[in-house]
Write a protein that binds this ligand. Structure first.
Ligand code: ASP
Ligand code: MG
Length: 471
């Protein structure tokens, strides 16, 4: 069989884990599977790169201290991983050299950023790309050390071309497919295992781009779709997609099978297991995706396919998005005024605010929407400034501490009474609902409540729809 296997940051968090990942790959290779491996950066590294880059452009930054400190930490981490993952002396020597080269490069880039004193999206992409550029050679080395020839390459070298929307670049799919097909098949035909950096790609002229945070999943599905593989495996540190966040609901259990559409819905609604864009390429070519625990290979994980054979209940998952804020734009002046929604969302769009959920009352006296709490102040600022400029007198109010709960499941479509059950439960638990939305896909009902009620709400719904262990 042909697979793309993607390892997330935690499954490659240190030398020992990388060695385990390599053992899994070699095991499958010996069973005559053809494998394309995609890797994330070692856990935490991308965040650290983002932090150092933004520190370096602060007005009173001290790069002479910051850069060496950071370089020491990041170098130690990767050299240690090399030693932990690679037993063969020659391979270790070669890999360490490659890693050292990438680190030298990173140091030059950071120095450049600190001289410029500014961090454009383009430079940001370049800095963040080093996480995967450091992890991929180590994983390839670990495979090589076990006697299977492996070659590391960047997403760009593998053939992923994108537009130049830095930090959220979009792949040019047709060109990408052709290139990936040609380049990776050549490596596979030679009996080698390609290890591709997740997350990073490049424009036609070779400038480094990234596919958005968490984008390694997306890399895996772009490659899988381009090659027409049998399955895409997303190796992570949880057992699969769960019926609820186990931190909120101890009875949460792993879902066996779920549809592409449900999985997409979940990815948007806060279940952080998958990147929201990753389903699309897989769905287009009907490639099953499996989410599995890299540390517990005896478990099957969650399978994502077009049409699960057995429909498992009406509601499958209860998700919670924490750290949400609600904003309401209202006022008598809005009633009957055309283009209210267009005005509001145009302003937000221009300010780069991601809107998580929208609802408008049919009286049109107000529009509410939910945003990530980190973006609340920017959203309020943008609306106030623009309203003042355009002499609009709509009022703006907000609710800082909210959570969005969503019930997701294909079985909800056309089943009457689901909303009634959901809101009944909230009523019985004395949970006040601040805002409601149902996607017209009917795959989810979502609503916002005060953050302090979130856990109670999840448990009540998890129970009501019998999602727990021993249902
Ligand atoms: N390393 C990148 C990130 O942390 C991409 C990924 O892990 O999927 O966002
Ligand atoms: Mg990830």
């Amino acid at each position: 069989m042909r697979f793309v296997i993607k390892f997330g940051g935690v499954p490659v968090k240190d030398g020992k884990s990388i060695r385990k990942a390599a053992e899994l790959i070699v095991d499958r290779y010996k069973k005559r599977d053809q494998l394309v491996v995609v890797t994330s950066a070692m856990a935490g590294v991308t965040d650290e790169l983002a932090t150092i880059a933004s520190k370096l452009v602060e007005p009173r930054a001290n790069p002479k201290q910051l850069i060496p400190e950071f370089m020491k930490r990041i170098s130690d981490k990767h050299f240690e991983a090399c030693r932990g993952a690679i037993a063969d002396k020659d391979v270790l020597y070669q890999t360490t050299r490659t890693v050292r080269g990438a680190l030298d490069n990173l140091q030059r880039v950071l120095t450049g950023v600190s001289y410029l004193g500014e961090l454009s999206p383009r430079s940001q992409d370049l800095v963040l790309s080093f996480g995967e550029r450091l992890s991929a050679p180590i994983l390839a080395g670990a495979i090589g050390s076990l006697g299977v020839s492996s070659k590391h390459l960047t997403g760009f070298e593998a053939g992923i071309l994108t537009d130049d929307r830095h930090t959220e670049a979009r792949p040019l799919l047709e060109k990408t497919r052709k290139l990936v097909h040609r380049r990776l098949n050549k490596i596979l035909a030679a009996g080698e295992v390609p290890v591709v950096t997740g997350f990073i790609a490049g424009t036609k002229d070779g400038t480094v781009t990234t596919l958005g945070r968490g984008g390694s999943d997306y890399t895996a599905s772009i490659l899988g779709a381009s090659l027409g593989v049998d399955e895409i495996w997303i190796m992570t540190d949880v057992d699969g997609i769960m019926t609820a966040d186990p931190k909120a609901e101890p009875n949460a259990r792993v879902i066996e099978v779920i549809s592409y559409l449900e999985a997409t819905e979940l990815a948007y609604f806060g279940a952080k297991v998958l990147h929201p864009k990753m389903i699309e390429p897989a769905m287009e070519f009907d490639i099953p995706v499996r989410v599995r625990n890299a540390f517990k290979l005896e478990r099957e994980g969650t399978l994502i396919v077009r049409k699960p054979k057995r429909i498992e209940g009406i509601v499958k998952v209860i998700t919670t998005s924490k750290n949400v804020s609600l904003v309401t734009v209202g006022g008598a002046g809005m009633i009957g005024a055309p283009g209210v929604a267009a005005t509001v969302f145009d302003i937000l769009g221009r300010a780069g605010i991601k809107v998580l959920m929208i609802s408008q009352s049919s009286s049109q006296a107000n529009i509410s929407f939910a945003v990530d709490r980190k973006q609340l102040d920017a959203a309020l600022r943008a609306l106030r400034t623009e309203f003042a400029k355009r002499r609009i007198d709509w009022s703006i109010t907000c609710d800082r501490n909210a959570s969005v709960i969503a019930t997701v499941g294909a079985g909800m479509k056309g089943t009457p009474g689901v909303a009634a059950r959901v809101f009944n439960m909230m009523g019985r638990n004395r949970i006040n609902i601040l805002m409601i939305a149902q996607g017209s896909s009917e795959l989810n009902i979502s609503f916002a409540i005060s953050e302090r009620d979130a856990i109670k709400a999840v448990r009540a719904l998890h129970d009501e729809f019998r999602l727990g262990i021993g249902r």
